[in-house]
Design a protein around this ligand. Structure first.
Ligand code: NAD
Length: 275
């Protein structure tokens, strides 16, 4: 089965659903990514700081799946921001992944106290020109960070990967993105399990109505909102469950009732405090 794709502003397309590997044990990463690829996933969201790019690379190599059928993202970590460090960091990530290019390279956090994200973005522009990243984007950027990037650099990020789940939907950031053709990637799509989202009576009753699980309902809400998502799980059964989102549809009313759960309830770090 293939997942829907979203066309990015640079003309490349990204599968709307993937697997994230944050907090996946390096020793288990190859097995978990292999499970996902066997189930049908073709999009993996990785990052240098997750410490498991080698495992992702081993799974890709062992899969035999043609490179152009895969979409691999990795990210430049805060301590590698700056021109020379960014060039070194992408080279290291590519070596660990066993790839000659990634499909998407992101600045992981703005880390505003470093004041290096504009310089780092220019390095990503060069990395893209050199063919080491097909598309480039950002993560955890708020409107002021995006505004400055757009004013001072050439290439508009194709995505902004932000914390986004029913309690924390960041409407200002997503609206700003939409007005500049910056697609929204939702990290922590299930709230990272940090509040009882999947046990909420609303979610449970919508799930019962569709004979689906709560996780599938929340992920389907993301898909219908147009977000790109890559839930994380170590369990093959849940990885399969999270991929099985395309045989049902939430009604407009169900969709709105989940959107109405918004309460500015961040569960992760504040981008302004990223260092
Ligand atoms: P998530 O919302 O995907 O939640 C993961 C948790 O949900 C895990 O505890 C898992 O056991 C549970 N879960 C998964 N599937 C389930 C199911 N079907 N039923 C019940 N529970 C289920 O959180 P996440 O992993 O933080 O986010 C997804 C991905 O986003 C990450 O793996 C990573 O790739 C990316 N991410 C990016 C940033 C960033 O700063 N850019 C930060 C965090 C995560």
């Amino acid at each position: 089965m293939t997942t829907p794709a979203i066309t990015l502003s640079d003309g490349h397309s990204i599968p709307q659903l993937g697997l994230g590997v944050f907090k996946v044990d390096p020793a288990e990463t190859e097995r978990i990514v292999t499970d996902a690829l066997e189930i049908g996933y073709r999009h993996i969201d990785a990052a240098a700081i997750y410490g498991n790019e080698e495992g992702v690379g081993r799974a890709i190599a062992a899969s035999g799946i043609p490179r152009d059928e895969l979409f691999i993202t990795t990210k430049l970590y805060n301590t590698d921001q700056g021109t020379e460090l960014a060039h070194a960091a992408i080279a290291t990530s590519l070596e660990k992944l066993g790839l000659d290019h990634v499909d998407l390279y992101l600045i992981h956090w703005p880390a505003p106290s470093r004041d290096l994200y504009v310089q780092s973005w220019r390095a990503l522009e060069a990395i893209q020109r050199a063919g080491q990243a097909t598309s480039i984007g950002v993560s955890n950027f708020l409107v002021p960070h995006l505004t400055r990037l757009l004013a001072e650099t050439e290439v508009v990020p194709v995505v902004n990967q932000i914390e986004l789940h029913p309690y924390h939907q960041q409407p200002e950031v997503t609206a700003f993105g939409a007005s500049h053709q910056i697609a929204t990637e939702a990290w922590g799509p299930l709230g990272q399990g940090k509040y009882p989202l999947l046990e909420m009576p609303l979610i449970v009753s919508v799930a019962a109505a569709h004979e689906k699980s709560s996780a599938q309902v929340v992920l389907r809400w993301h898909i219908q909102q147009g977000h790109i998502v890559f839930p994380k799980s170590n369990s093959r059964a849940r990885i399969a469950e999270n991929f099985d989102l395309f045989d049902f549809e939430l009604t407009d009313e169900e969709q709105s009732s989940i959107t109405a759960l918004e309460r500015a309830g961040r569960v992760g770090g504040d981008p302004n405090d990223s260092k």
